[in-house]
Design a protein around this ligand. Structure first.
Ligand SMILES: [Fe+2]
Length: 144
């Protein structure tokens, strides 16, 4: 069970909203009964979590592009590896069970929130502030 708290907030509305959704999903999985956990139903839940994660990555990728984030390539490489590992575990669902997959996801998510997205969100805030402070200078303005 993972609980959202202010220490996890990046203060970027889109990123925080999606992180909360990922945590909610994780908690739905935690609350499944042992019977439900073995069913195709829980495989569907984990597949939806995969899709939501991939979508979240593409939104973060757009933000990185929009703000010319300097760590973009490293981030995207890590996202690809994460999705690959996630998919491999899903393929192995029958053997390892949903608990192992959820534990993998939870561990990844806490690292992602604190190590990857905090610096990204700080970077975006600095650039938004620049654009706000100096609206007359076109080079400081957000790309549309
Ligand atoms: Fe994120």
């Amino acid at each position: 069970m993972m609980i959202w708290n202010d220490g996890l907030a990046t203060r970027n509305l889109i990123i925080d909203k999606e992180h909360k959704e990922l945590i909610e999903f994780l908690n739905i999985i935690d609350e499944l009964t042992p019977n439900q956990k073995s069913l195709t139903y829980s495989l569907e839940i984990i597949r939806s979590l995969y899709r939501l994660t991939a979508q979240h990555f593409s939104h973060e990728e757009l933000l990185m592009r929009e703000f010319n984030y300097n760590n973009e390539q490293r981030h995207l490489g890590e996202y690809r590896v994460m999705l690959e590992n996630f998919q491999n575990l899903i393929n192995d669902f029958d053997r390892i069970g949903i608990g192992v997959i959820a534990a993998f996801f939870e561990q990844w998510l806490s690292g992602h929130l604190l190590r990857e997205d905090m610096p990204l969100a700080r970077f975006i805030q600095r650039n938004q502030k620049l654009a706000h402070d100096a609206p007359a200078r076109p080079e400081n303005r957000r790309k549309s």
